[in-house]
Design a protein around this ligand. Structure first.
Ligand code: SIN
Length: 510
């Protein structure tokens, strides 16, 4: 394998702001990209300063004037080429992703595939930016609504899905006629630059203006705060913690902009006494342990009927014992490292709280040591028994900790299920039609995503992705999520020689 930086024409030190083809002379501090796999420094990024951010925002605004004039299906054709370019670089980009954020290879490849799928979806959507037409109450009038490009938009992404979540927003933004200013997590800076380089080639080959897709890597104070307060950006889409989302929501609302927030999850699975337990164990394993428990959609709580509580717990512990934890690039490894030392500390702090609140650690939770483990980021995924009223159950700890909570009636299970501030993803395992219908009804799960006999994570791009309550209410990716990236306009045309008013109002001089 060539050096991974060379694969993307990246250097040991790279400017943190640019368009994929041209890069700015950046004035911010140096950021080191450290691999959680073994602590090696993968490369460095000279971060953007506030002034660099402004240059990027000007370019994005100027490029918007031109990009919005390209017909939507032609914009779709550019997105098709982006998808094809990523297809040819899937291996390299997923290796970069594994190295920088520690995802195991199959999950890293899955994430890049998700970007490719998103491009395909967006190409189709580019011919389906449908408005509605409605019958006017006035004679010889026509009424309809249409969607126009919105403007340059800001997209803030988290470390755990640097490529896919970016694509959910950026590919739809592009076909909508928007230009994009992307502020990726500084924990996935090189992956973002590599993605921008792939896309930059496509834009360059098509002679498109600079500034359609921009990356700006910088600190919260220098760049993040400027971006969210920037009136030139009518929409800010932000993925991350609830605390981050509250700040983004407040600042964007204070300038009456639009925000699309995809924040924390505290996702639960109800396992009924009528569940297919084998299916449930397989799904819970991926949902709780996949991406080392660092997905917004990771399973954090199992609410299990008391009749199957013990066999389910035992089966899960048996499955956890067989997990291979190690270098995510090696075949057979299912659990890679946590993103950094801070994540490990947060996990340990949560485990202390669980114990002090009367919970019991049934399996795992250790920090591993020896060989590659000495870097300090590898942990054993953990299963704990807790009662639903332990305060820690209310929190999302971004680590592989699974709470086992017993229940007696479905009503009680649903009450426990909804009794957290977050509302992203949810599932029930049951073979009883009534139970699954109750769960999916308005009496059931209060989450943005509700599944039956599958886990909470690994959403398909075709549906709208997002959640309720502290998860922020945003929807991105598929379905009609494209609408927020456009400006809706209702039009009424009078083709008569009269001037009737709506609601029958008479107003005029004789
Ligand atoms: C995430 O956004 O963290 C995960 C998405 C998924 O699991 O579908």
């Amino acid at each position: 394998m060539k050096d991974i930086l060379q694969e993307f024409d990246l250097l040991k030190e790279n400017p943190g702001a640019g368009t994929g083809t041209t890069w700015l002379e950046c004035g911010g501090e140096i950021l080191e990209s450290v691999s959680p796999i073994d602590g090696q420094i993968l490369g460095r990024v000279r971060q953007a300063s506030g002034a660099n951010y402004d240059e990027v925002a000007v370019r994005a605004s100027t490029a918007f004037e031109e990009w919005r004039m390209v017909p939507a299906p032609k914009r779709g054709d550019i997105v098709r080429q982006i998808g094809n370019a990523v297809r040819t670089r899937k291996q390299e980009l997923s290796t970069m992703l594994s190295l920088e954020v520690g995802k195991i290879r199959p999950e890293a490849e899955g994430e890049v595939q998700e970007m490719i799928d998103m491009c395909d979806f967006a190409v189709g959507q580019s011919r389906m930016l449908y408005g509605l037409s409605m019958h006017s109450e006035r004679p010889r009038h026509r009424m309809y609504e249409q969607y126009h490009p919105l403007g340059p938009i800001g997209v803030i992404t988290a470390f755990n899905f640097p490529v896919a979540v970016w694509a959910w927003n950026a590919m739809i933004g592009l076909i909508a006629g928007d230009t994009v200013v992307w502020k990726p997590s500084s924990k996935a800076a090189l992956t973002a630059l590599a993605t921008a380089k792939i896309i930059g080639h496509v834009l360059h080959e098509n002679d498109l203006p600079e500034g359609i897709l921009n990356v700006v890597i910088g600190s919260r104070d220098e760049v993040g705060e400027k971006l969210i307060a920037d009136r030139r950006l009518p929409l800010i889409s932000a993925t991350g913690s609830v605390a981050m989302g509250r700040r983004v929501g407040q600042v964007v609302a204070s300038r009456l902009g639009k925000s699309l927030l995809e924040l924390g999850g505290n996702n639960a699975v109800i396992v009924s006494s009528k569940a297919d337990l084998d299916l449930a164990v397989r799904a819970i394993l991926f949902g709780a342990v996949g991406t080392a428990g660092q997905r917004c959609t990771s399973i954090r709580r199992i609410i299990a009927h008391k009749e199957i509580f013990n066999p389910l717990t035992e089966a899960l512990i048996e499955a956890y014992k067989q997990l291979v934890i190690g270098n995510p690039l090696e075949n057979g490894v299912l659990v890679g490292p946590l993103i950094d030392a801070e994540a490990v500390e947060n996990m340990q702090r949560a485990l202390e709280e669980i114990k002090s609140q009367g919970g019991r650690v049934l399996y795992g939770g250790e920090i591993l040591s020896g060989g590659i483990y000495d870097v300090g980021t590898y942990v054993t995924p953990c299963i704990c028994e807790v009662s639903n009223d332990c305060p820690i159950v209310q929190e999302e700890t971004f680590a592989p900790i699974l709470y086992m909570i017993p229940y007696e009636t479905l009503e009680e299970a649903i009450q426990y299920h909804n009794d957290v501030p977050q509302g992203l993803s949810s599932a029930i395992f049951t073979t009883d039609l009534r139970e699954s219908e109750i769960f999916l009804s308005h009496l059931g799960s209060d989450c943005g995503i509700a599944n039956v006999n599958i886990g909470t994570s690994g959403a398909e791009i075709g549906g709208a992705f997002g959640g309720e309550k502290d998860t922020g209410g945003g929807r991105e990716s598929g379905s009609d999520a494209w609408k927020i990236y456009m400006r809706r306009q209702t039009c009424t045309i009078n083709w008569s020689r009269e001037m009737p008013l709506a609601q029958g109002i008479e107003f005029g001089i004789e």
